[in-house]
Write a protein that binds this ligand. Structure first.
Ligand SMILES: [Zn+2]
Length: 255
């Protein structure tokens, strides 16, 4: 019989096309679950968020979380049951909704605060945090979480193998439909910062070139020269020159 709690290396290719949901996205789309946080689970106090949360039987365990996340988890669990019924029966949870800061942080809000992340146990056992290894059962199920748009915490800077959360991409997809809260909303455009890549950065570079008469390569890589150009643009437009392209800088650039 397979020992699903055996510790194995983290596979090389995980979370393809998925990123962890950004705090700005969560706050922008769902609001702040409460006004202050510490390291402990505290209740959600935001009256707009509370009606979006419920408890549900997910087969081998019950969980309380964001309704849209529970709907998706139901589909993930059905896939796991079909692929590995024995493992499915051993799954449990160490918590889903829990309004707190990220471990060891005094400012970053955990995605558990919105009930869009879940910690999974196997045979009642938690995967040890930050040891760079993960339970074999987690390696077996992560592709099914990924398939449904869930990001696996094994890829965090400090490995968090038991943690799965609705990815930035999944949250945004829900927001453009009416899945999240029954009303259509336009998701906020993401903050662009040093180190970001992609077509949005290339467009930013083109706009900076036009605005400042520069010759930045529009290569889609937000490097130090792009950062310096953003700071210069902000400085000359009465914006906080922090080099981060948020709503005000976007508006000023026509992005
Ligand atoms: Zn977690």
């Amino acid at each position: 019989m397979t020992d699903w709690t055996k510790l194995v290396p983290i596979p090389a290719s995980i979370n393809q096309g998925l990123t962890s949901a950004r705090q700005a996205t969560m706050l922008g789309l769902l609001g702040n679950p409460r006004s202050s946080y510490n390291q402990l689970c505290q209740p959600v106090t935001n009256p707009k968020l509370k009606p979006l949360i419920e408890s549900r039987d997910l087969g081998p365990f019950r969980a309380t979380g964001l309704r849209a996340a529970l709907d998706s988890l139901t589909a993930v669990m059905a896939d796991i049951k079909k692929a590995q019924p024995g493992l499915h029966a051993m799954l449990g949870t160490a918590g889903m909704l829990c309004a707190r800061n990220q471990r060891g942080s005094t400012s970053a809000i955990s995605n558990h605060s919105w009930g869009s992340a879940i910690d999974i146990t196997i045979d009642g056992r938690l995967d040890a945090y930050g040891d760079g290894k993960v339970q074999a059962g987690l390696v077996e199920i992560f592709p099914l979480f990924n398939k449904h748009g869930w990001y696996w915490g094994a890829a965090f800077g400090k490995e968090d193998g038991m943690h799965f959360e609705c990815s930035e991409q999944l949250i945004r997809k829900w927001a453009t439909g009416s899945t999240l809260n029954g009303t259509k909303e336009t998701p906020p455009k993401p903050l662009l910062v040093l180190g970001d890549r992609g077509p949005e950065v290339a467009l930013l570079q083109e706009r900076l070139n036009a605005a400042l008469n520069l010759k930045l390569a529009a290569d889609g890589v937000f490097g130090h020269s792009t950062f310096a150009a953003v700071v210069a643009f902000q400085g000359s437009h009465g914006l906080t020159p922090d080099g981060a392209v948020g709503k005000k800088t976007r508006d000023a650039l026509g992005l």
